[in-house]
Design a protein around this ligand. Structure first.
Ligand code: NDP
Length: 277
C-alpha cells in the first residue's frame, strides 16, 4: 500500500522547509507518509488542487501566494481560519476540502510553550496589519492578554483588523494605533511587518520595551533581524519566527494524522541547518 501523500503548494516553493519538518515528524511518530513540494502556476491554483485530490493525496500545506485562494476554495473551515481570512492547511476528505490556518496557533505555541512566556494578563503589541498579523490575532486574543494593540504604518489597515478582531473576540481589550502614537511599555511585541525582509526596522518610538519584554520577529534567517537587534540593544528578550514555522507544521500534522509530534529536536536541527546556510 502506498503511503499517504501530502505536499506544500506555493510559487516559488523550492526553498520550503516543510518537507524536512514533516519527514522528521513522520519518522519520529512512525507515520507512513510522503511529503513533497508542488509549484502551482500562478493562475492555476484551483486546478492544481483538484488534480492533487484526484491523485489520491490526503492533504496540503499552502504558502505564498495562495493562502487567500485556498480560503476561497475551501468547503468548510475552522473558526481561526475564517478569522484569519486565509488558510495554510488543507485536508481532503471524501472529495471535500477542509481548511485550517495554523500560523497563529503556531506563533502562540512558540511563545507560550517554547519561550515559556504566558500571554495571560500581558500587554501585547502587534506590529503590522498584513496577512501574518491577521492570522495571529484571534489565537492571541484567546490567551486573554490585558491589552492587544495593533500598530501599522497605514492606520486604516490596523483599524480593519481591529474590527475583525472585535467581532471574533468581543471581550478582548484591543486597539489600533499608528507607530508614533504608541504608549509603551509592552510585555510582548510581535513584529509581523515585512520590514525585516527588506533589512529595515519599523519606525518605533522610544520606551516600548522593558527588560522582561519578549520581542518576537515572525521573520527568521541565518542573521539576526534588525528588529531583534534593536530589541536586544534595548535590553529585551528576543526570538525569531523559526519556532512558529515548526509549530504551525506540528499543528497541521496533528490535523492530518491525529498524532502530536515533539518539536524541540526538530527546531534545534532546523536552527543548525539555517546557520550552516
Ligand atoms: P504583508 O505583505 O501581508 O504585510 C506587510 C506588513 O508590513 C504591512 O502591515 C505593511 O504595512 C508592513 N510594512 C512593510 N514594510 C514596512 C516598513 N518598512 N515599516 C513598517 N511597516 C512595514 O506580509 P505578511 O503579513 O504576509 O508577512 C509579514 C512577515 O511575516 C514576513 O516577514 C513573513 O516572512 C513573516 N511570516 C512568518 C511566518 C512564520 O512561520 N514564521 C508565517 C507567515 C509570515 P502597510 O500596511 O502600511 O503597507
Amino acid at each position: 500500500q502506498q503511503p499517504d501523500a501530502y505536499v506544500v503548494i506555493g510559487n516559488p516553493v523550492g526553498h520550503s522547509k516543510s518537507p524536512y519538518i514533516h519527514a522528521a515528524f513522520a519518522a519520529q511518530t512512525s507515520q507512513q507518509l510522503q511529503y513533497g513540494t508542488l509549484e502551482a502556476p500562478l493562475d492555476e491554483f484551483a486546478a492544481t488542487v483538484r488534480k492533487l485530490m484526484d491523485s489520491g493525496a490526503r492533504g496540503a500545506n499552502v504558502t505564498v501566494p495562495f493562502k487567500l485562494e485556498a480560503f476561497a476554495l475551501a468547503d468548510s473551515m475552522t473558526a481561526r481560519a475564517r478569522a484569519a481570512g486565509a488558510v495554510n492547511t488543507l485536508l481532503f476528505q471524501d472529495g471535500r476540502i477542509l481548511a485550517d490556518n495554523t500560523d497563529g496557533i503556531g506563533l502562540v505555541t512558540d511563545i507560550v510553550q517554547n519561550a515559556a512566556c504566558s500571554l495571560r494578563g500581558k500587554r501585547v503589541l502587534m506590529l503590522g496589519a498584513g496577512g501574518a498579523a491577521r492570522g495571529a490575532l484571534l489565537p492571541l486574543a484567546e490567551q486573554a492578554p490585558a491589552a492587544l494593540v495593533i500598530a501599522n504604518r497605514t492606520l486604516a489597515r490596523a483599524q480593519d483588523l481591529l474590527a475583525v478582531l472585535r467581532s471574533d473576540a468581543p471581550d478582548c481589550v484591543a486597539a489600533a494605533s499608528t507607530f508614533a502614537d504608541l504608549q509603551g511599555p509592552f510585555d510582548v511585541i510581535i513584529n509581523a511587518t515585512s520590514a525585516s525582509l527588506h533589512g529595515e526596522l519599523p519606525p518605533l518610538p522610544a520606551g516600548l520595551m522593558h527588560a522582561e519584554t519578549l520581542a518576537y520577529d515572525m521573520m527568521y534567517g541565518a542573521q539576526e533581524t534588525p528588529f531583534c537587534r534593536y530589541a536586544r540593544e534595548q535590553g529585551a528578550q528576543t526570538r525569531d519566527g523559526l519556532g512558529m514555522l515548526v509549530e504551525q507544521a506540528a499543528e497541521a500534522f496533528y490535523l492530518w494524522r491525529q498524532v502530536r509530534p515533539q518539536t524541540t529536536a526538530v527546531l534545534a536541527e532546523l536552527r543548525t541547518m539555517l546557520q550552516k546556510g
